[in-house]
Design a protein around this ligand. Sequence first.
Ligand SMILES: [Zn+2]
Ligand SMILES: [Zn+2]
Length: 141
Amino acid sequence: MNLNNPQLDNCPSCGALYLRDQIDCCLNCYQANEAAFKKVDVFLKNPDYRNASIEDVHAFTDVSINKIAEFLRGGRIIASDYPNLGYPCAHCGELINRQMLCEACHRAFKHEVGVIMSDAESAETVDKQRAVSAQYWKMKK
Ligand SMILES: [Zn+2]
Ligand SMILES: [Zn+2]
């Protein structure tokens, strides 16, 4: 088996078949993506636009808000460098400027994870019970 064999895959953006080699979308989308990024990057590097919001960036560059949000979430553009540049929370759409989720959704998410974790905890409790009963049997001897 040749591990270097390029793999054929569907582009996640446009669905076209492409060779999954170095990039994770087809060349067309990749180039469009890079062009969009350059536009946004050049726009934001202009000190006059430091206070731009995501809507401003969209209006000036014609890059979709989703695409800009993608650059921000991916960390290619650091939202916290710009005072008004928030992007929508991945869950509720509220504007945030770091990570994927707003404070409230993050807390809700953590709670949910906590529920899953408590299953792991109950396994721990079983271990503790075993330890206690082992001690009990030791004392009985
Ligand atoms: Zn594509
Ligand atoms: Zn949220």
